[in-house]
Design a protein around this ligand. Sequence first.
Ligand code: ATP
Length: 373
Amino acid sequence: MSLLKLDGVKVHFPLKKGVVFDRTVGHVYAVDGVSLSVEAGQTYGLVGESGCGKTTLGRAVLRLVDITDGSVVLDGTDLAHLPEEEMRKFRRRVQMVFQDPLGSLDPRQNIESILSEGMAAHGIGADREERRARIREILAKVGLPSNALSRYPHEFSGGQRQRIGIARALVLEPDVIICDEPVSALDVSIQAQVINLLEELQQSMGLTYMVIAHDLAVVRHISDVIGVMYLGSLVEEAPSDGLYAEPLHPYTKALMSAVPIPDPVVEDSRERILLTGDLPSPATPPAGCRFHTRCPWKQETRCDTERPELRDLGGGHKVACHYAAEIVAGTVRMNSAATVVEPGLVKTEKTAETAETGTAGESENSEKAAESV
Ligand SMILES: Nc1ncnc2c1ncn2[C@@H]1O[C@H](COP(=O)(O)OP(=O)(O)OP(=O)(O)O)[C@@H](O)[C@H]1O
């Protein structure tokens, strides 16, 4: 059953100009028509490069930004159209865990005070003692000692602070937890511990997550379903295994090929797709398919004029690309100056001409574009 269902969600930020009269001179199309469902007890992973609208989408669920259009249905209630006083009751039910645990914890408050603040505001626990007992229980669940209660955020390591952030969400007994880049501020050695903790808590408490990350490796194991965002829209969505087994959208293929593989033999023997060109501004998104300006498989003129819908190609594997099936079948070939790193080479630029012969070349910009993915 879908616990959280987004339908056609748009968040357009007005671009203002002028000191006296604020004129709207355009919009940032941060989120532009996203539909997705998060099933109870599951994890939806949302990935995409910086600026694609992931955080704004998460904030829209909590109504921390104005929703321009669409619906956000939590357990049967559309939050997008709820009066503010009604919305207050629902805020407890969707909690957010932030990227920077230190920045999101008040340094002047001890842990008990940080955790009990929200509980008191939402009427959880009859009195201080009851709240304290509940906090102790949750601290144990997230792997922190009960003496953490009287300590302050700066006394903890980065990983422990993220555990406090998770505890702060849990004490409010939410239906859904949105984890926004939950491990990207942490040391690599600590990241796996926090991801494992999220998984353990999900199993023992039946939690439902939306995990937002720019790093595909972070969402891979924890997610049941993964959605890939590009310039405000979902370009691909699939059960996690299906997405990794066969990414269908050219953007996902590029993202996936940029993830380093620890085995040097495998790393050296695979092909990588490096995107050329910069990410367009969400204030002036390209017409047609938003990815067409960087797409190695772009076809004239459909891709520059007609916006592809997200469609199911089977087994819940959805893709917004006019030619996804043809690319898989090999009947549509790379047609532009796409850069492919061929097995065993550091860098090879493959163009329409060189694609056949495999002539090697260099492209600094392409390498940078790949790094930014
Ligand atoms: N309040 C705002 N007013 C105007 N533009 C905004 C606002 N918040 C976000 N944006 C713009 O919306 C776009 C999407 O931003 P968002 O933070 O959602 O992306 P993101 O994918 O989460 O990126 P990051 O990982 O860097 O946070 C960006 O171009 C950003 O500059």
